[in-house]
Design a protein around this ligand. Structure first.
Ligand code: FES
Length: 67
């Protein structure tokens, strides 16, 4: 699903950026160009980034506790 129409950025692109270390909307803007056009995608992209970071943190915590 497209999150940023101006730059053709999908939800998968944002999840991948988070997996590669993006931590803020500024990181998404710098790495992908999210929000650098009309700016309407910024809130949605920020929410998806936060959800992904939380999911990655849970997966890491589960892996640590299982080892
Ligand atoms: S939809 Fe992302 S900058 Fe316009």
């Amino acid at each position: 699903m497209y999150i940023c129409l101006c730059n053709a950025i999908t939800d998968r692109d944002i999840v991948k950026a988070a997996e590669e270390g993006a931590l803020s909307s500024e990181d998404l803007a710098h790495n992908l160009g999210v929000g650098l056009g009309c700016g309407r995608c910024t809130s949605c992209a920020k929410s998806l980034l936060a959800e992904t970071i939380a999911r990655l943190a849970c997966a890491t915590a589960e892996a640590v506790s299982a080892s």
